[in-house]
Design a binder for this molecule. Structure first.
Ligand SMILES: [Zn+2]
Length: 316
């Protein structure tokens, strides 16, 4: 069973699944979050792109925007209902780039690890806020300044404890690969099975040494900078290497595409179309000698395995 914004569905109904996309993102800061747009505005902007992706075969979008970064369930419900695409939402918190806590609500920042884990676990068990909508994964972002700050460590430990209680997988954004070893050290201390951890933006720096070293421990490797990539030249050799090292079953694809983007100042943020993966990335890989069946397996079977809720290991 997988939680979508329209309710739980069978794992077999996920189909072609992009692992990291956005519908609406609001980066004004968690404590200033107000809906300054109408749901209709977002729909009109985003729906044509969702339909385009759907026509290309996309069945499920994993929407990687947690509370504090603009998670908007009303928007997600409308977009899923109207497009027919499954949308999976998340619990968790985002502290990427150099925002240093700005996108984490103050009330969460001040909690202890276990209090945060209680809040996130409750979203999974009872639903988010007063809805019956449950998260399908835990989203985090940390380490982009080359170290893991105390708040980020607290959030990571809370995410691990939530995962160990619920079986939800953790999607952890880490652009700076030098921060990965400390993150893995923390999840080890907290007894998280490696296959409950997805390294989001593993292709940000395409640090093959770390991808192979930590892939061999069992973590998921997510190539999801595809939406913003100027070209795809770094991908074919990396995919071939994963194949050679028997790590292809741990690869995931997403684009970090979308979205309706709200910032403090008016700034140009062009839509990254959801269909780019199918229209440009897949043909490029095929031309470079990657078997299309392999790509299909990654976006169906691997995505399904990553999102499957694995029976919690009771270690508390
Ligand atoms: Zn993202």
């Amino acid at each position: 069973m997988i939680n979508t914004v329209l309710g739980p569905i069978s794992e077999d109904d996920l189909g072609v699944t992009l692992m990291h996309e956005h519908i609406v993102v609001n980066i004004v800061g968690a404590d200033n979050l107000e809906r300054t747009y109408s749901i209709k505005d977002v729909e009109e902007y985003v729906l044509p792109y969702l339909f385009e992706a759907q026509k290309k075969g996309c069945q499920t979008i994993v929407e990687a925007t947690p509370l504090g970064l603009g998670r908007d369930l009303d928007v997600l419900v409308q977009c899923s209902t109207k497009s027919g695409i499954n949308i999976v939402t998340c619990t968790g918190a985002w502290d990427g780039m150099d925002v240093r806590g700005k996108s984490v609500p103050a009330v969460i920042r001040e909690m202890t690890i276990d209090q945060i884990a209680d809040v996130w676990t409750k979203e999974f068990e009872e639903g988010i806020d007063d809805t019956a909508i449950k998260p399908g994964f835990i989203k985090l972002a940390l380490g982009d300044e080359g170290e893991i700050f105390p708040l980020q460590e607290k959030l990571l430990r809370a995410a691990v404890r939530t995962s160990n209680r619920t079986g939800l997988v953790i999607q952890c954004h880490i652009f700076d690969s030098s921060s990965l070893p400390s993150a893995i050290e923390i999840i080890k201390e907290e007894n998280l099975p490696y296959d409950r951890f997805i390294w989001v933006h593993a292709d940000g720096q395409m640090d093959m040494d770390k991808i192979l070293e930590f892939g061999k421990k069992g973590i998921w490797i997510e190539f999801d900078c595809i939406g913003a990539a100027e070209d795809f030249s770094r991908y074919p050799s990396a995919i071939k290497k994963l194949l050679e090292e028997n790590l292809i079953t741990q690869l995931l694809f997403g684009q970090d595409s979308g979205s309706y983007w709200i910032k403090e100042e008016e700034e140009e943020w062009p839509m990254r179309p959801y269909a780019r993966f199918f229209k440009e990335f897949v043909p490029f890989c095929e031309k470079e000698g990657i078997d299309i069946e392999l790509i299909n397996k990654v976006i169906t079977e691997n995505s399904k395995r990553a999102l499957s809720i694995i029976s919690p290991v009771a270690n508390e």
